[in-house]
Design a protein around this ligand. Structure first.
Ligand code: B12
Length: 133
């Protein structure tokens, strides 16, 4: 299977760090065609993410949601909106032909809320598509 493992984007708010969790996963997943993409270290994250989605056409997209917020009271930043934007790009370009897996410390902290968000985002976009067709 073609598997794309993606680090969640932090919007250049933080210095990039090596994606340890995804590296563990990529090493553990044997016998599949695996690519890892870190939008935090590329020049144009949305367009490079779009390119990799369209060219590689992954059957599984695994997103590592490490950070929810900056935990810094002097500079409060919420990264969640970038996560939503990434999911929207996946849904837009793969058009339902994929399975989404999310993990990482940020996901584990808010698993219920995130599952609910994902269900509603994907469901609403499919309903919209049906009406348009
Ligand atoms: C080490 C660490 C750091 C190091 C990172 C070093 C590095 N190169 O990775 C440093 C000190 C640089 C750091 C910085 C920050 N950190 Co930090 N950090 C941690 C810590 C202690 C461990 C993370 C780690 O490396 N784990 C080891 C790897 C192998 O495990 P993992 O990432 O969890 O991945 C495993 C699983 O989660 C799972 N998994 C991961 N992704 C996926 C994806 C899929 C699809 C699946 C199925 C599974 C899966 O599989 C992996 C293998 O088992 C965590 C706390 C924790 N216990 O998790 C906080 C933590 C992640 N950090 C946190 C924060 C806030 C930050 C900073 C924003 C702090 C700041 N203001 O500067 C920055 C952000 C930096 C950045 N650019 O992301 C928070 C995030 C929570 C939140 N509120 O958002 C945490 C949870 C600490 C906390 N409790 O507050 N951090």
């Amino acid at each position: 299977m073609k598997i794309l493992l993606v680090q969640a984007y932090l919007g250049t708010q933080e210095p990039p760090i090596f994606p340890l969790g995804l590296s563990y996963l990529a090493t553990a997943v044997k016998g599949h065609n695996v690519k890892v993409f870190d939008p935090n270290v590329v020049e144009n994250p949305p367009s490079e993410f779009t390119n990799i989605l369209l060219r590689f056409r992954p059957e599984i997209v695994g997103i590592s949601l490490r950070n929810i917020d900056s935990t810094n009271k002097r500079k409060v930043v919420f990264y969640y909106r970038f996560f939503k934007e990434m999911i929207s790009l996946v849904e837009k370009h793969l058009n339902g032909h994929y399975r989404l897996v999310v993990g990482g410390p940020g996901f584990s902290m808010f698993a219920n809320e995130i599952m609910f968000l994902l269900l509603s985002m994907v469901f609403l976009s499919r309903v919209k598509m049906r009406f348009e067709n």
